[in-house]
Ligand binder design. Structure first.
Ligand code: SF4
Ligand code: SF4
Length: 633
């Protein structure tokens, strides 16, 4: 590729990466290193790290295939770190700041990237998290040293990479880049083939070596192949060649080589650092002295192959999605009537952890024996035996009904609440329910919602019919975009609910019935509650009007902390009887109701910050007598 053309290509790729980060906020969407790690994790434990996309995996396959066929094309044309450090290297060269390390030091330092490769792969495939994020200069810079980075490591990596490149050509790539190390294994494929062969033969003989032995062997062989400059014949099939009859040994090709390879010393450049950038071909003034496999016609082959491989990667990523989690259990192999149900738009499945939670939930359901979860597209496929459970039953198993209060009822609100029942399309999981809450909370005359399984899911909405109408409620539900604040930060939710038909008005309910429906009890045990038999405890019960307010749940922790200082108090709960009450369980041998009343009616509450430190807040709780002492049943 012409030098200017290649530089333009690198710049365009860099701008595209910045644009992808800016618009999608996903810095690893197409990262081949993430793809390699994702593939390793998938092969090792059948799961993918949360942030891994199919696009990254296909990019990794394209990169490795490219390395096998022609060389490290990604490094020389696409990698943002490679491009930027190459430009920093040019600055260093202009000011004569560059030097070469001795061969011995060069060989010793080259081992670092293989050690890093082993550590990164080991940590990632055993913990299903991308360990390289902690120090990777690309990830650190692209996320602004955000979540998952270790700040000091990341800053050192970014500064070291840029400053190092000024003095030593491609400093990061030579000594630290674990993606370069992985690519080198494919450039020098025979070492990797030997290790793979040994691994499988030893396991066939019963050695039971884990995949980490394979990774360690591959890293070690990669290092040996690199420092030994072992030739790999016939792969990669295409190499830079120098016609020594045409060459005048002027050295311009070596000076222009971003990797500081002494090009003119080779007849066939088998140096593992060569990225097939073709700078040496472009810089040589002697016609046909430097070429690919002796042919000038092949000069554009690396660029053409690179574009073809990337296009193929995008095409495959568009057609095929790797599953985040695949699980089979119980009678999966013996199902008498196997069937599969696909549920899309399940937004709660957003990473490996949530997919695994769904697996733990489903394996307890009879008739269901398998799960494939696809976190990036929020999609699951559930395998079931249709003689044991129907498709409707599977859908029902996936659905969790919800009851939630939108706002508290004040004294000025009506004594009876209207109830509108309506089917809502695209309402299914807990994230949808949260979005529905946000939408309905825009209307201050809506008090609560209950949802039931159905197709679509049915919602009962409790509201003040004197102050708002069905049309207004429908408008809130069918809002497409919602802006709201969390801790002063503006958030945006994109919604796509729609109400099915006109719904039904049900019989209005009283405020007392509504409170009973919405009541969420609070219950916490402490001070060795489990050590006491029921007969050793009593219940101190007192009216607590605030107990119906879900917003009080966090504040109750102060009160419970204050009560826990009294040794014989062992449990606190809120219950709705004929009124909202607090129930405090205590051991009469250790404390009494007078001491509990003293804590409840004090003007301040003393609570624990840690085991030995306390702080004080005003007691803002109100309690209503009478107090009743009950037996524990
Ligand atoms: S030898 Fe030529 S193709 Fe290889 S990295 Fe150096 S300049 Fe690029
Ligand atoms: S630039 Fe051309 S002539 Fe000069 S050393 Fe390199 S291959 Fe030989």
């Amino acid at each position: 590729m012409n030098r200017r053309l290649r530089q333009a290509f690198q710049l365009i790729i860099l701008l595209l990466v910045i644009w992808t980060i800016w618009t999608a906020g996903d810095v690893e969407k197409y990262c081949p290193m993430g793809g390699i790690l994702g593939l390793g994790t998938k092969l090792h434990q059948g799961s993918l790290p949360c942030s891994m996309s199919s696009a990254a995996i296909f990019m990794a396959i394209a990169l490795l295939f490219g390395a096998l066929a022609i060389g490290k094309l990604f490094c020389g044309h696409i990698c943002p770190v490679g491009s930027i450090t190459e430009w920093f290297g040019k600055v260093g060269a202009r000011f004569n700041l560059q030097f070469r390390l001795s061969k011995l030091w060069d060989r010793i330092l080259r081992s670092l990237k293989y050690i890093l490769l082993f550590l990164v792969v080991h940590q990632t495939i055993t913990a299903s998290e991308l360990f390289c994020r902690k120090f990777d200069p690309y990830f650190g810079a692209a996320t602004g040293f955000g979540h998952d980075t270790v700040l000091l490591w990341s800053i050192l990596a970014v500064v070291g990479t840029l400053v190092g490149a000024i003095f030593i050509k491609q400093f990061w790539c030579r000594y630290f880049c674990f993606l370069g190390a992985a690519s080198n294994m494919f450039v020098n494929i025979w070492g990797a083939v030997l290790v793979f062969g040994l691994y499988f033969v030893m396991n066939l003989l019963g050695a039971q070596l884990s995949i980490l032995w394979l990774v360690a062997g591959l890293a070690f062989s990669g290092y040996l192949m690199e420092v030994g400059l072992f030739r790999s014949i016939p792969f990669p099939a295409f190499k830079i060649t120098v016609d020594q009859n045409q060459c005048t040994q002027c050295g311009i090709c070596s000076q222009s080589c971003p990797y500081d390879i002494s090009v003119q010393e080779f007849e066939k450049v088998t140096h593992p650092d060569c990225v097939m950038c073709t700078e040496c071909i472009s810089s040589c003034s002697e016609e046909k002295a430097v070429s690919i496999n002796g042919s000038m016609k092949l000069k554009y082959l690396p660029a053409i192959l690179l574009v073809a491989l990337i296009s193929l990667g995008f095409l495959l990523a568009d057609r095929y999605e790797f599953s985040t989690l695949e699980k089979r259990w119980g009678k999966f192999e013996q199902m008498s009537s196997p069937a599969a149900y696909e549920q899309t738009n399940l937004k709660t499945v957003k990473c490996w952890g949530s997919a695994n939670s769904l697996y733990n939930f489903l394996k307890e359901r009879s008739g269901i024996y398998g799960l494939d979860a696809f976190a990036p597209s929020h999609r699951v496929i559930i395998y079931y035996d249709s003689t044991e459970i129907s498709e409707e039953g599977v859908k029902k198993a996936l659905f969790s009904p919800a009851v939630f209060r939108v706002r508290n009822i004040s004294d000025t609100d009506p004594l009876r609440l209207a109830v509108w029942e309506v089917g809502i399309d695209n309402l299914f999981d807990s994230i949808d329910h949260n979005n529905l809450y946000l939408a309905l909370s825009q209307n201050r005359f809506i008090y609560g919602v209950e949802t039931y399984f159905g197709e679509p899911v049915t919602a009962r909405i409790y509201f003040n019919s004197d102050s708002t109408s069905i049309a207004e409620i429908r408008r809130e539900i069918e809002t497409r975009r919602l802006e709201y604040e969390i801790n002063g930060q503006l958030q945006v939710a994109e919604l796509n609910f729609s109400c099915e038909g006109s719904g039904n008005m049900l019989t209005p309910i009283s405020v007392a019935e509504f409170n009973r429906l919405m009541f969420e009890g609070f219950d916490l045990t402490f001070n060795d509650y489990d050590e006491f038999a029921a007969s050793q405890l009593r219940i101190y019960e007192i009216g607590m009007p605030d107990a119906v307010d879900p917003a009080m749940a966090d504040d109750l922790l102060y009160l419970v902390s204050g009560l826990s200082a009294e040794d014989g108090v062992v449990r606190f709960q809120t219950v709705l009887t004929d009124r909202p009450v607090a129930r405090i369980y205590f051991a009469p041998t250790k404390t009494d109701s007078a001491k509990i009343s003293q804590i409840l009616f004090a003007s301040t509450i003393s609570y624990f910050i840690d085991e030995n430190t306390t702080a004080t807040i005003d007691n803002f709780f109100s309690f209503e007598k009478p107090i009743r002492i009950l037996e524990v049943r």
